[in-house]
Structure formats: structure tokens, C-alpha cells
Design a protein. Sequence first.
Length: 262
Amino acid sequence: MSSSDIFISETIGTAVLILMGGGVCAAVTFKRSKAFNAGWVAIAFGWGFAVLTGAYIAAKSGAHLNPAVTIGLALKGAIQWSQVPVYFAGEMLGAMLGAVLVWVVYYGQFRAHLTDPEVLANHTSEEGMVDPTAAPKAGPVLGIFSTGPEIRNVVQNLATEIIATIVLVLAILTLGLSDNGKGVGPIGTLLVALVVTGIGLSLGGPTGYAINPVRDLGPRIVHALLPLPNKGGSDWGYAWIPVAGPLIGGAIAGGLYQVAFA
């Protein structure tokens, strides 16, 4: 498979992943959305279906859609290390494009939400915060683009992302992904989507389960760049955790596979 084939497939597949995943976050967040306040179960299933759709679209390249998965597969020997930067580039570009498309789809809702006095009042930083474990109030729409912890504890937050990513990548590796990069097949893709849904329901509560560096970093960059009024900051102080955690988790999963299953 050529580098251009990998890049195009991963870009499109990851863009669809973020479009649908970020889209369900937007649908649940905006008061002027028919899915407003649908809750965490809707988000978990929405992201599962997002993975399912993006993975089917990107089947040609093996549908990594996630640098943590790419690292795990490289450690397994399913892809060449020389291909890893190409996968990373497509995944990152796709994540940013997908985030922009979420903004386009919900353009009117973004404008209404970010000029709503009640919304802005609820997201104004509080003076005199004394609880060191409490996360600062995020901007009104940052959660549509990226993840954030409910309790801000670096060790716990990093451990949560590492553990959740190990579960994801180890599940993918043990599904028997072929060494020729053609992926797990239709049934395997469905099972991976169900694993992602399960991770969201079981392990997503503490941090919002990035389990994918570009899923968080690409949209966070887009949040910082988009001309959104009253959007608040992009929480760059936390941003390294949903990048480092999944990369570490993917590497550990690849190592565990080699020790326990290879």
C-alpha cells in the first residue's frame, strides 16, 4: 500500500470519526439542539458509532484512526515503522478537519450558545476557588472539541487515559488484525466499536476518555483557532495528558501483546 493511500484513507476516516463524535457532544451540549441533555449514554454510543463509521470508511489503510493504535500495531509488527509518520499525519489532519466540520454543521447553535447570557454566566470563572482538586470551569464549548477531567489530578488523569487506551489497543491486537494491514474485517470493526462504547460507559467518567491523541489535540487546536465569541481558553495546561496517556497506553498494549499473545 502506498503512503498516499494510507494518508488519504486515514485522513478521511479520522475526519468522519471526529465529525460524528464531536457532533454527538455538540448535540447534547446545545440548548437549541434536539438532543440537548441526552446524557452520557448518548455520548458513549455516539462515539462508538463514530468509530464504526470511520473505521469502515478507512478500511483500506487498516482504519487505525488513532496514533495509539498505530503504535500498538507497529510494535506487533503489523505495519512497518517507516509508515508510522504517514499514519500520524493523516490522523492529525483528519481530526482537525472533522472538528471544523462539526463547527460548520452546528454553526447556528455555536452562535446562539456563545451569546446566551445564561450559558456565559454558568461558565464564568469563580473567584476564591479553594478546592485544589476542582477543575477550572471550561469554556462553554470546549467539551465539544476536547476532553477534560472531572477531578484535576495529574497522576490519576494520566493513569486513567493509559489504562483505558491499553484496553482499547489490546482488544484490537487480540482481535487478530492481519499483518498485511487490511484490518479486522466487518465483524471485527463492529467489535472494536462496541469496545469503544464500553470504555466510554465504564472508564470514561474521570477524564472523558480521549484514548486517542489526535482526537483531543486536533480539535483543541481548532477550538483555539476558530473565531468563536466568548469561547474561553483551550485548557492547554491539561492538553498534554490526553496525548501522552494514550501514546503510553498504546505502547504498553503492544508490549503486553508481544509478551502474552505473540
